[in-house]
Design a protein around this ligand. Sequence first.
Ligand SMILES: [Zn+2]
Length: 140
Amino acid sequence: MDRLTLRQVPIYFLPFLFLLLTGCGSGTSSASAAASGVFVDTMTDQFLKKSFDDTKACTGLAQGTYEDLSVVFMPPSFDCPYYASGCSGEFTEPNLVKLGTLFVWRHELVHYLLYTNTGDPDTYHHSPLFGTCGVGTSTS
Ligand SMILES: [Zn+2]
């Protein structure tokens, strides 16, 4: 029996062969199943920390640390006292941030940083920092 050479492989088979050679067929490995449960990858923590540092630098506010925060991941929309339809993010004094999506992370950080530095989280977004840092609309 002759060995199959690349020249003998039909052209329509080449993309499949490429996938096999690049390891995309992970279903063929003998890896054990991942542990069940909900996990947050360490890259998420690194992303949150870097975004915190960037936001803090943007505001110019000195007080407040990433390590001080308590962050809770929530469903995309959750009950809150501010909107009848629910919130996708919420800061609660003194250090709790609830996130329904990572897109509101920096917005909630501005509330946290304002609270930590001034004692007022600016619930109604009058601070120009929301606009300056591109995390929401300033109403003043
Ligand atoms: Zn807000």
